[in-house]
Design a protein around this ligand. Structure first.
Ligand code: CP
Length: 283
C-alpha cells in the first residue's frame, strides 16, 4: 500500500473507482489533516462523503453505537471513524456491515503511521538498516509505530518517561512477531544513530487536563538541536501535527533542515487514497 500511495502521488492520481460510493466520516474529535485528506481523497477517486459529529447527530444524544452502525450500513459504503476508546470503534465494527477505517482512537492512529512510512520510504526505500526513534508519550502514535515495526524490518528505538510507556501486551506481541524494538526512558539513548525521529504532543486529545503535569514529566523529551546532534548526521524529524512548539519540539527544529513534517502532512492525502482504493478493490 505504501508503494501504491507513492505511485498515486507521483502521477497526481485521479480515478472514478469510488463513483456512486459514499463514505461517512464520524468524527468525535477535532481534525484538520485526517478529515480534509480523506474528504479530498474521496473526491479525487470520484466518491462522495458525509461528515458527522455527535453535536449535530443523534450520537450526541446517546443513540447506541450499534444502532448507528446498523443504520449507516444501509446508506453508505464505508465508515471513517475518529473516536475515543478503541472499544467504541470495535462496537461500530461489530454491528456494521460495511468497512470501517480507523481515523484515530485513543489507542491507535494507523492511517497516520502508514503515511509516515510513505514519507520515510520516499527518502529511504530500504527499511532493513533503518533506525527510527520515537521520543515522547506512549500514545496512539507510539502504539501504531510498534504495530508497524512488527511488519516492516526497521529498528525502532523508543523513549518514554517512566509511567508513560505503551501497553506491555502490545509490545510483547510485536516482539513475538519479530519486531526489533528497544525501550528506554533516556531520549539520548533512543535517538543515538537514528535516521528518523518521531514525536507527538505530550497530552493527546482527551488528556488536556493533564497538560501541566505532563509538561513536568516530559522535561528532557523536547526534540531540540542538541538532542539531534546525537542522531545520524542526516537525521530527519517527523511530527504528525498539530505541534506544540517549545514543548515536544522546538521552533528551530520544526522549521529547520531536519524537518520533513510538511511532506509528511501532504502524504496523508496520498495514503488515504491508497487505503480507500484498497477498501473497494483489494488486491
Ligand atoms: N495528525 C493528525 O491526525 O492530524 P489531525 O488531528 O489534524 O487530523
Amino acid at each position: 500500500m505504501v508503494l501504491r500511495a507513492k505511485e498515486m502521488k507521483d502521477t497526481n492520481h485521479r480515478s472514478s473507482i469510488l463513483e456512486s460510493k459514499t463514505f461517512i466520516l464520524i468524527f468525535e474529535k477535532a481534525s484538520t489533516r485526517t478529515k480534509v485528506s480523506f474528504e479530498v481523497g474521496i473526491r479525487h477517486l470520484g466518491g462522495h462523503y458525509v461528515f458527522m459529529t455527535p453535536k449535530e447527530s443523534q450520537l450526541g444524544r446517546s443513540e447506541p453505537l450499534k444502532d448507528t452502525a446498523r443504520v449507516l450500513s444501509r446508506y453508505a459504503d464505508g465508515l471513517i471513524v475518529r473516536t475515543f476508546g478503541q472499544a467504541k470503534l470495535e462496537e461500530l465494527s461489530k454491528y456494521s456491515s460495511i468497512p470501517i477505517i480507523n481515523a484515530l482512537t485513543d489507542e491507535y492512529h494507523p492511517c497516520q503511521v502508514m503515511s509516515d512510512l510513505l514519507t520515510i520510504y520516499e527518502r529511504t526505500p530500504d527499511f532493513k538498516d533503518l533506525v527510527i526513534a520515537w521520543v515522547g508519550d506512549g500514545n496512539n502514535m507510539a502504539n501504531s509505530w510498534i504495530n508497524a515495526a512488527a511488519y516492516f524490518p526497521f529498528q525502532l528505538k523508543m523513549a518514554f518517561p517512566r509511567g508513560y510507556t505503551p501497553g506491555e501486551d502490545l509490545l510483547e506481541r510485536a516482539l513475538q512477531m519479530g519486531a526489533r524494538i528497544s525501550v528506554t526512558s533516556d531520549p539520548v539513548e533512543a535517538v543515538r544513530g537514528a535516521h528518523y525521529i518521531n514525536t507527538d504532543v505530550w497530552a493527546s486529545m482527551g488528556r488536556e487536563q493533564e497538560q501541566n503535569t505532563r509538561e513536568e514529566v516530559f522535561k528532557g523529551f523536547t526534540l531540540n538541536e542538541k538532542l539531534l546532534t546525537m542522531a545520524d548526521k542526516k537525521v530527519k524529524v517527523l511530527h504528525c501535527l498539530p505541534a506544540h512548539r517549545g514543548q515536544e519540539i522546538t521552533d528551530q527544529v520544526i522549521e529547520g533542515e531536519w524537518s520533513i513534517v510538511w511532506d509528511q502532512a501532504e502524504n496523508r492525502l496520498h495514503m488515504q487514497k491508497a487505503i480507500l482504493e484498497w477498501i473497494v478493490a483489494p488486491e
